[in-house]
Write a protein that binds this ligand. Structure first.
Ligand code: ADP
Length: 311
């Protein structure tokens, strides 16, 4: 049995409905998306837990109930009296999606306030999963506490998995973001960056350069995603590349990388085979981007293209 603890922020998502000015409330967030897909991909004997903070209000309760119903362990979620969960809203204009966020004061930003809470969540765990967004939302001192906690976890045999998920809007400037990302890399065993973002912010000329930069920081296994392009995996003495099947009718790329990470980790934990893990990851991501929304049921039927008017 493997115990995985994902650490980050789950938000309320308001997604537009066909009726004008009507929105459907759901829950999503990068680390939560990965936890949700991991729970679906892993056999029942494994455990997936989520570590975050929420409020005591109704929406917070509903969020925790949603995680419970998905089979994600919520026992270590912090509950705060002074704040509630963050929210984002998706707007659709002529088919283009844009996002508005209300997350600046969210409870998740204070998830490390509770003395010993992170240590309690990681006690007995095998793997911790964080992202660049987890790093970005924390105050500087709490980010340092998180990285220290992960180092201690690692020293006692735990594995740390990190998706840099670069989001410059969440950081004061690019240097703060890239500095924190490389600090997190230094306490990570597995890193899952996306080449396009890494090239923009680190100036990597090739996916190999991205992999090498994280390897130089001490990461044992680096998986470089590249949209529809070739996936590259670099580990000790191994370099595997894999071309994902092209998805011709991309519906919504939300959670492409998050689901990819879950598909990769679930397969890799099962048999340690890197090529099979790439196949599983690309297959899950292809399914997710062929549907609308971040969290797509694994058995969701393919979307049928809308009939052409008059046909
Ligand atoms: P992120 O969402 O983190 O930016 P990417 O855009 O690199 O991540 O996509 C993650 C994975 O999703 C890719 O490695 C690939 O497997 C899959 N993917 C994304 N776009 C496509 C596409 N157009 N066709 C097929 N697979 C895709």
């Amino acid at each position: 049995m493997t115990r995985i603890v994902a650490i980050g922020e789950c938000m309320v998502e308001l997604a537009p409905c066909p009726t004008p000015d009507t929105y459907r409330a759901g829950f999503a967030g990068d680390t939560l998306n990965t936890a949700w897909y991991l729970r679906k991909m892993l056999a029942a004997e494994h455990e997936v837990a989520y570590f975050t903070a929420v409020g005591h209000d109704d929406m917070s309760q509903r969020m925790v109930a949603f995680l419970d119903a998905a089979g994600i362990v919520t026992a270590h979620i912090q509950r705060r009296h002074d704040s509630t969960v963050g929210l984002y809203m998706i707007s659709l204009n002529n088919g283009e999606r844009s996002f508005s966020y209300w997350r600046g004061q969210s409870a998740a930003r204070r998830m490390l306030d509770g003395e010993g809470a992170l240590q309690a969540a990681l006690a007995g765990a095998d793997m911790a999963y964080i992202s660049g967004i987890t790093l970005a939302i924390l105050p500087d001192c709490d980010r340092a506490r998180l990285l220290h906690g992960l180092q201690v976890f690692r020293d006692s045999g735990g594995k740390v998995v990190f998706d840099p998920n670069l989001r410059p809007r969440l950081w004061p400037d690019g240097a703060a973001m890239t500095g924190a990302v490389m600090q997190a890399a230094a306490v990570s065993d597995i890193c899952l960056p996306s080449y396009e973002d890494e090239a923009d912010w680190f100036g990597d000329a090739t996916p190999d350069a991205t992999a090498q930069r994280y390897r130089d920081a001490g990461v044992g296994l680096v998986v470089v995603k590249n949209g529809p392009g070739e996936i590259m995996v670099v580990a000790d003495g191994q370099r595997v590349t894999f071309a994902p099947e092209p998805v011709l009718d991309v519906v919504d790329t939300t959670a492409a990388g998050d689901s990819f990470n879950a598909g990769f980790l679930a397969s890799y934990l099962d048999d340690g085979d890197l090529e099979r893990a790439c196949v599983a990851a690309a297959r899950l991501a292809a399914h997710v981007i062929s549907h609308s929304g971040a969290l797509v049921a694994l058995d969701a039927p393919p979307l049928v293209p809308a009939p052409v008017a008059g046909a």
